[in-house]
Design a protein around this ligand. Structure first.
Ligand SMILES: Cc1ncc(COP(=O)(O)O)c(C=O)c1O
Length: 375
């Protein structure tokens, strides 16, 4: 045992580990897959690594995983319908950073632009707007969580001649709603907004939609300029991370040479987590596209099962066709706490993840039926 660590300290660590482990077994409300085995990578944690700088401008020192990072970015970009030669990306600390990066690119392209995002957008979008000090309008969303295109049109028309920067939700946090991207482009064209930039926030669904048949248009092929995806959600990396992707021309505009790092400064953070690309790369290789497809199918089957069971328990459950998020009537607080449910007003949700089981759903539905408040 290290010299200054007391027996009480060691006990605290044991207790903390036990508590966190038990909590993780009932994590139904948050989309973090906990079922993937990353243990073959644990030895890397004894190394000091740093992915400082642009992954496509590798430094001479070797204490980084830029090579794997490039492969991860390339794979994510392919799944996001990117033209091979025109996309750039890096591994972020999560989709909050990805959203900030996307909106930073947009602000540098259109300093006089107006950002339009829906009321259902993740709070990180509003925060990025504040950080970047850009003008923004919150567009109404419909009851299913999708952007109200009529209201978008009204708002864009109120800012004639100003470039339009639209954040499209590709799976909102609460209802997993996917905004109608072709519809957004039609509205912008109808409003004469020919200077436009679309950032797609695909935090969860960016690793689900590529593996589902008949998914709605959401990606670069559908016209997005930048896309943010999380790495700790569908893919289950044990710490927060993500991938920010953008059309290369947008990134060229923000890059600054930094002599000290011998790299191009194109990322939000300077020093960056080198383990994240390693863990993401490992999961990509270990699962392969087929593995992702199987997991996506299983998630949707489990989500259907949850809809059925929760509705039978009296909680009016539903989901969007390409979503593994199941929305239902908010149950009693004890049920919310036990299953770590995400809630918003009268609604709660669970996210059917690869580690989820029918037994968990049965138990949740039983709790809901037993503890639902009267009325
Ligand atoms: C739609 C959406 N965007 C962005 C984020 C932020 O992602 P992160 O937690 O990876 O920063 C989330 C997180 O839940 C999200 O649901």
């Amino acid at each position: 045992m290290p010299e200054h660590l007391t027996a009480a300290d060691a006990q605290r660590l044991d207790d903390l580990f036990d508590r966190l482990k038990v909590g993780g077994e009932r994590l139904l409300g948050y989309p973090a897959d906990t079922g993937f085995d990353f243990s073959p990578l644990y030895r890397f944690l004894s190394l000091h690594l740093n992915n400082l700088g642009d992954p496509f401008r590798t430094r001479s020192t070797e204490h980084h995983t830029h090579e794997l990072e490039r492969e991860v970015v390339t794979q994510f970009a392919r799944w996001a319908g990117a033209p091979e030669s025109d996309v750039w990306g890096y591994v972020t600390s999560g989709s909050t950073e990805g959203n900030l990066h996307g909106l930073f690119l947009a602000r540098e392209l259109f300093p006089d632009g107006v950002v339009y995002h829906s009321a259902d957008s993740h709070y990180s979008v509003g925060k990025a707007v504040r950080l970047l000090r850009v003008e923004a309008r919150v567009v109404r969303s419909r009851s299913d969580g999708c952007l109200d295109l009529d209201h978008l049109g009204d708002e864009v028309r109120r800012h004639p001649g100003r470039p339009a920067v639209v954040v499209a939700n590709v799976g909102t946090t609460m209802k997993a709603a996917i905004d109608d991207l072709p519809g957004v482009f039609t509205v912008l064209a109808d409003c004469g907004a020919d200077r436009r930039y679309v950032h797609a926030d695909a935090a969860l669904s960016g690793l689900l939609l590529p593996f589902l048949d008949g998914a709605p248009p959401w990606d670069f092929a559908a016209g997005a300029d930048s896309i943010s995806v999380s790495g700790h959600k569908m893919l289950g990396c044990p710490f927060p991370c993500g991938v920010s992707l953008a059309r290369a021309a947008h990134v060229g505009r923000i890059g600054r040479e930094v002599a000290y790092t011998a790299s191009l400064d194109t990322t939000i953070s300077g020093s960056r987590n080198a383990f994240a690309p390693l863990f993401l790369w490992y999961a990509l290789r270990a699962l392969g596209a087929e593995g992702f497809r199987t997991r996506a199918r299983r998630c949707l089957e489990l989500a259907d099962y949850a809809c059925e069971k929760l509705t039978a328990a009296g909680a009016r459950a539903w989901r969007h066709p390409h979503a593994n998020t199941v929305v239902f009537d908010r149950p009693a607080d004890a049920v919310v706490r036990k299953w770590h449910l995400a809630t918003e007003g009268p609604l709660a949700h669970i996210v059917a993840m690869p580690h989820g089981t029918r037994e968990q759903i049965d138990e949740l539905a039983g709790d809901v039926a037993e503890q639902r408040p009267a009325g």
